[in-house]
Design a protein around this ligand. Structure first.
Ligand code: HEC
Length: 110
């Protein structure tokens, strides 16, 4: 059942999340980051996990969202041998979108 739900969310939910309403979610992204991610990720410095700048420069929104909800499986597709990140599958679509946009805001301007 769990695997089925994850598959389903991969096919149906991710495109929907991507296009979820774009209410000003900058503030929410920053707040969620401080609440849930900051212990392991920093904005531009490497910590226990990679920095958001590093992530933003090499990943797609889909990869970032997938890692947030299912790191156990997705980290392997990103090249990690082991996963040390907890799954944040209690976050709703708006929260995941806000976090993903927040991460991508650290992408270097070309
Ligand atoms: C307990 C520590 C921890 C917490 C908390 C944590 N992460 Fe992670 N994260 C990691 C580690 C370690 C990795 C490296 C890959 C792995 O272990 O799965 C990672 C990897 C990632 C990646 C993929 C990295 C890449 O190479 O692209 C993303 C995206 C990510 N984290 C986002 C988040 C977000 C967003 C939050 C907060 C909601 C969060 N993480 C909270 C430890 C953590």
């Amino acid at each position: 059942m769990r695997v089925f739900l994850i598959r389903l969310s991969g096919v149906l939910l991710l495109p929907w999340i991507l296009h979820a309403g774009n209410a000003d979610n900058e503030e929410a992204g920053s707040r969620l980051f401080k609440a849930y991610c900051w212990g392991c990720h920093h904005q531009t410095a490497e910590a226990f996990g990679p920095s958001f700048r590093t992530i933003a420069n090499k990943r797609t929104p889909e990869q970032i969202m997938a890692q947030i909800v299912d790191p156990e499986r997705v980290s392997k597709t990103l090249g990690y041998r082991r996963n040390s990140m907890p799954a944040f599958n209690d976050l709703n679509a708006t929260e995941i979108k806000a976090l993903t946009d927040f991460i991508l805001s650290f992408k270097d301007k070309k």
